[in-house]
Ligand binder design. Sequence first.
Ligand code: PA5
Length: 428
Amino acid sequence: MIKVDLSYANLPEDLESYKDEVAKIHETIHNGTGAGNDFLGWRDLPTNYDKDEVARMKAKAESLSKEIDVLLVCGIGGSYLGARAAIEALNGLFPTNKVQMVYIGNTFSSTYLAQVKEYVKDKEFGINVISKSGTTTETSVSFRIFKELLEETKGKEVAARRIVATTDAHKGALKTLADNEGYEEYVVPDDVGGRFSVLTAVGLFPIAMAGIDIEEMLAGARAAQNDYNNPDLDTNDAYRYAVARHILGKKYPVEMFVTYEAQLRNFAEWWKQLFGESEGKEGKGVLPHSGVFSTDLHSLGQFIQEGSKVEFETVLRVVKPQLDLTVPSDPDNLDNLNYLAGKTVDYVNKKACEGTLGAHANVGGVPNIVIDLDELTAYSFGYMVYFFEIACALSVYMLGVNPFNQPGVEVYKKRMFHLLGKPGYEEL
Ligand code: PA5
């Protein structure tokens, strides 16, 4: 399903020298003896998931889809990026399924929220509010506004039926509210952090609402769990990627995740959070950055080719595109494109990728790790999620950092609460 090609990586060190360290960290991950070991739930999730909850989600998705045209997915960071990544990757940017996804709860932009309000006010909409803590301010502010709109336009009973809450099993303001209002509730497991939660209800309910087969996605993740439960660096491609980025990270402070598929732009956002929030601590880590090529070759390409050498690239190639088109022949050939007539657009895309790999890696001195994904399906998406999660865990442990906390995120919140006059934040 996934193959890692290091032929353009120009690694200054040999992977082989990391074999023992990788085998040790593999044991640490699987024995649960490393830092942050109370957040390892993602590791066994594809086999240990709550089957009853998945059945409940499927049933609710089926009934709610008949009643609404828009689902407001209300969450931030790990509480929405995975769902958005999956839905756009699999359904594309112009989806034909009935329920349209609109993302709220991830911004304080008043203009954006006011525009969404205007857009949905006369539509049949529902809300999936997603927050593990149940107290995240961006999410809570949005939820309050749109819950009020739904109750005002449809009445409390209909609103309660159309609101689904995904939160902690026992605690938090959202849990209390959901209990009181009688919302359908799903659980964010205690031992799964936000950025590792796409294969819990956090991601799975919105994904099911988008008409995607969530059991197939879990099956793909299960295959990856099986394939990557393997300490051997020679044969574990997730670990080969992790070690390659670790080696390159010693020299380059930036890793640019590159895709040639427009529908994967938000997968790159998910990847950025996964690696950035896991690794960027204690003054360490590689800054995750991203681009969609060839689009961004016309904006960032110059810098990558000839600018300061701050980055390496990780290129995700989808071997078989979901759809393809053929370049037509034109008898006048005024655009001089007949040399491509009869070729598919994906053929051109693949050649653009090959040419860029050579240009960046061989001419520009920018190393490229290439990750080939066979195809984009629910199954392969689940597989790929697990690939990056396990690669992230290994890579971050190699830096000697706890991959599963995010203490730095609290700093802006404290200052914001102080400025907003939130009780308890009088002193900085
Ligand atoms: O990865 C994380 O932990 C964060 O991105 C959180 O998911 C994000 O801050 C949202 O938190 P919560 O789900 O508690 O609202």
